[in-house]
Design a binder for this molecule. Structure first.
Ligand code: F6R
Length: 249
């Protein structure tokens, strides 16, 4: 197996969360105004909890961090428990003491969704671009909700979720029937434009898609494989996800 990506294999999910927190803490300390694209999903939750613990202990100040939401379902009431904005807030924004005015939302309730997508992209541009993208890996290779096949230049937009994503997201909300079918996602162009990327991957169910991401062909069928072409990417996997691939150097 050869890969151009910098890969780190953690012994456990706990170690993955520590190493991930080290990377994000370092980014915040290097630039307190850092612009961060923030994934929800299960994988980064240990990392976020560890960051919150460190921040509560005074390790760093995140009050100037700027947060950009990665994706959002359409058709939910603002207070719906399934809102990914709500999840981003509960897991990252509030525990890190980041003021809400530092958060750029995707606006699924906007009258003009296309205009809302362009406003989101413009906000990233006026922030000087993204410094760091914290991403999880979809079971079908998606990043955010850039479902396969996805063009590398796909913009921020409204997307239909694939069956794989609906089934995978069913675990969050207790059944596939409660998973919304349509979402808004930061575009591949936004994600690939981040100056640094941290992709966190955990669990044996991600083995095949992780191998295709780091060592397979760069293809629209595995949107995460485009990371092979991005500039400063760390793939942080636990041993269960890394499987039998050779230990990275
Ligand atoms: C979440 C997101 C998704 C997840 C991915 C992996 O905001 O954009 O792309 O990162 O589906 O989810 P988990 O970590 O739950 O396996």
């Amino acid at each position: 197996m050869t890969t151009k990506l910098r890969c780190i294999v953690a012994d456990s999910y706990g170690e993955l969360s520590q190493i991930g927190a080290d990377a994000v803490e370092a980014a915040i300390k290097a630039d307190p105004n850092v612009s961060v694209l923030v994934a929800t999903g299960n994988t980064p939750m240990g990392l976020y909890q560890e960051l919150a613990r460190r921040r509560a202990n005074g390790a760093f100040d995140a009050s100037h961090v700027r947060v950009f939401q990665l994706d959002e379902y359409l058709g939910l009431e603002p207070e719906d428990r399934r809102s990914l904005f709500g999840w981003t807030r509960r897991s990252f924004v509030d525990p890190l003491g980041i003021p809400l005015e530092n958060v750029t939302r995707l606006a699924p309730d906007a009258g003009d969704l296309e205009a809302a997508c362009r406003a989101y992209d413009a906000a990233i541009k006026s922030a000087g671009g993204l410094d760091l993208a914290i991403l999880g890996l979809g079971p079908n290779g998606h990043l955010g909700f850039n479902e396969p096949p996805a063009d590398a230049h796909a913009p921020t937009r409204v997307v239909d979720l694939t069956i794989e994503s609906i089934e995978s997201n069913a675990q969050y909300w207790g059944g596939r029937d409660v998973v919304p079918r349509v979402a808004m996602t930061a575009g591949m162009d936004v994600i690939l434009g981040a100056r640094q990327t941290l992709l966190v991957v955990s669990g044996s169910h991600k083995r095949d898609v992780l191998e295709r991401t780091v060592a397979g062909a760069v293809t629209p069928d595995v949107p995460a494989s485009y990371l092979q072409l991005a500039s400063d990417v760390i793939v942080l996997a636990d041993r269960d996800a890394w499987g039998a691939m050779p230990q990275p150097r």
